[in-house]
Design a protein around this ligand. Structure first.
Ligand SMILES: CCCCC/C=C\C/C=C\CC/C=C/CC(=O)SCCNC(=O)CCNC(=O)[C@H](O)C(C)(C)COP(=O)(O)OP(=O)(O)OC[C@H]1O[C@@H](n2cnc3c(N)ncnc32)[C@H](O)[C@@H]1OP(=O)(O)O
Length: 287
């Protein structure tokens, strides 16, 4: 588990309302703004790589709940970090974890996926940069993804670190990419550039830069201007009901599986080495 491998390697907006979310103690983990058309930008800003810790996941979750209450038209999830959408789960949350916090972490992750997947509003992501593992899962839970061409990569690399992906993760991907593409993506841990991601249906459009990616999300959200929101939501949720019901039914088991995976000594040993390799990369780059 967690084999050592080589670690590869402003948005124009009319903000009529910009809120700092109260759940962040020192500095907001997301910047949330809503334009005059009712389209929200939820920009992750947990430097340096938007790794998903409990607080960031909860803040995104709370932001979506707020936007639903405010009857926003839709939201665009994006990142303030140049070249990185998100580095996935915060490895520090998984490394020698406190059991109570690890359980909270897992709950926050499940809550976030379910919140995004079952959201009443139109949910999109403007992906400008690395979006691996947990970040890919978050993106898959949304309605639409645009991704910038170039260095950005997206994918689920669990098997590359010696872990079979959870069933619900595979299910989520299959819904978007189909059985064959999911099988290939998950077994190979392939990290897709935007054009390849488009071919397999992992993203919906390729953008030339972040601003273009955001504009494409806005265009997608506006496609629903002539559809009654309640009818759109009803239709979306009826099509997604099976996944949500299955997830809720198995939630306790998914939690146990997650806790078992993370607390396995072989996983922790591998993680030690993996984290060291990430730090080492920086030392080498500086030399
Ligand atoms: C693995 C657990 C599986 C459990 C399965 C169970 C259930 C299923 C549940 C969910 C399914 C989804 C699975 C998710 C698992 C994950 O998400 S694990 C995280 C996977 N992500 C990675 O492996 C990415 C690792 N990072 C990189 O490759 C690079 O950092 C980067 C993102 C490409 C950026 O490169 P860049 O050169 O710009 O920056 P640095 O590498 O110098 O990084 C800066 C700084 O940030 C730290 N860091 C990087 N990634 C993470 C991270 N994920 N968590 C915490 N910290 C991270 C890095 O160590 C540097 O720190 P510094 O040296 O202290 O500055």
């Amino acid at each position: 588990m967690f084999h050592l491998r080589k670690v590869s390697r402003d948005v124009a907006r009319v903000a009529v309302k910009t809120r700092r979310l109260s759940s962040a103690p020192e500095r907001s983990l997301v910047d949330l703004s809503v334009d005059k058309e009712g389209i929200a930008i939820v920009q992750m800003q947990r430097a340096p790589v938007n790794s998903l810790n409990i607080e960031l996941m909860r803040t995104i979750c709370d932001s979506v709940s707020d936007l639903e209450k405010d009857k926003c038209k839709g939201m665009i999830l994006t990142s303030a970090s140049p070249n990185i959408f998100s580095a996935g789960m915060d490895l520090m949350e998984l490394h020698n974890p406190d059991m109570k916090r690890l359980e909270e972490f897992s709950k926050s992750m499940f809550d976030l996926v379910l919140k995004l997947f079952g959201s009443k509003i139109v949910t999109t992501a403007a992906i400008d940069g690395y979006s691996g593992a947990g970040a890919c899962v978050v993106a898959l839970a949304l309605d639409y993804r645009s991704m910038t061409a170039g260095k950005a990569r997206i994918g689920l690399n669990d098997t590359a670190v010696g872990i079979p992906p959870a069933k619900w993760v595979a299910d989520l991907m299959t819904r978007t990419m189909g059985q064959r593409n999911t099988e290939l993506a998950l077994t190979s841990s392939f990290m897709f550039p935007a054009e390849r991601a488009l071919q397999v249906g992992l993203v919906d459009e390729v953008a030339k830069d972040k601003e273009d990616a955001v504009e494409r999300c806005k265009k997608f959200i506006k496609l629903y201007d002539n559809i009654l929101p309640a009818v759109r939501t009803h239709t979306k949720l009826s099509l997604r009901q099976d996944f949500i019901v299955e997830f809720e039914k198995n939630r306790e088991q998914y939690l146990k599986d997650f806790m078992n995976t993370i607390t396995n000594p072989a996983f922790q040993n591998g993680l030690d080495i993996y984290i060291s390799s990430l730090k080492q990369k920086k030392v080498k780059a500086a030399a």
